[in-house]
Ligand binder design. Structure first.
Ligand code: COA
Length: 188
């Protein structure tokens, strides 16, 4: 069987119910593993309106942005970019809402495609990704791609997060390109 086709695209209105369900139906154990503060997760209605406001937002004004992960054209997860300073920096977050596709090695390629797109769209010089140290999946995935662990700190990685022990990975363009070349033989 052919390897599935992996791609990313901007957020569209049809993705919003998946993302709302992902956050509002997450178990207490999963919230804890991700370092999310249940009290900070907005209501479904508030999330819906926040996400609708991001669809087609011009990059210069955006404080957050989403790219949706596609496996064979089907939306299965997303990267968000938060704390965006246009022309300077942003923080990347990663979530595959389709639990049945986790652990199959798709996240690395999807994350790298999204990172390159965020660098371009927001003219960024720096991206970091800061998973909780107690959450193995993103740490394993980021390490496997080859992103450098540049530090650890105690902090909140996003507006939804608890203060936890975080690993800080530098998301670098050349590392993402090199991984995509390894993962996707042939011209990119
Ligand atoms: C983090 C995430 C996006 C990584 O994407 P992915 O496609 O699952 O990444 P990989 O397939 O490379 O798997 C990475 C690690 O996830 C772990 N994993 C997570 N879910 C798994 C599952 N259902 N089955 C098997 N392994 C799983 C494995 O430890 C794997 O490492 P290994 O292959 O060295 O054993 C995805 O696992 C996810 O959405 N997890 C839940 C949400 C989350 O933790 N987000 C991160 C917030 S910072």
């Amino acid at each position: 069987m052919d390897a599935p086709h992996l791609s990313v695209r901007p957020l569209s209105a049809g993705d919003i119910p998946h993302i709302v369900r992902y956050w509002t139906e997450m178990s207490a154990a999963d919230l804890a593993r991700l370092g999310v503060d249940a009290k900070k997760v907005p209501s479904a209605a508030a999330l819906r309106s926040q996400l609708h406001a991001l669809v087609d937002a011009p990059p210069q004004d955006a404080k957050a942005s989403y790219l949706v992960w596609l496996v064979d054209g089907r939306a299965v997860g997303f990267n968000s970019l938060k704390r965006i300073v246009f022309g300077v920096r942003g923080d990347m977050h990663l979530h595959m809402w389709d639990g049945g596709l986790r652990g199959k090695g798709f996240g690395g390629t999807l994350f790298c495609l999204a990172a390159l797109e965020f660098f371009e769209r927001f003219r960024l010089k720096e991206i970091v990704c800061e998973p909780s140290r107690g959450n193995p999946a993103p740490n394993e995935m980021l390490r496997r791609v080859g992103f450098r662990l540049i530090g650890t700190r105690v902090g909140a990685s996003s507006d939804l997060s608890l203060v936890t022990d975080l690993n800080t990975f530098a998301i670098e363009r050349d590392v993402a390109h090199a991984y995509l070349r390894r993962a996707t033989p042939g011209p990119l």
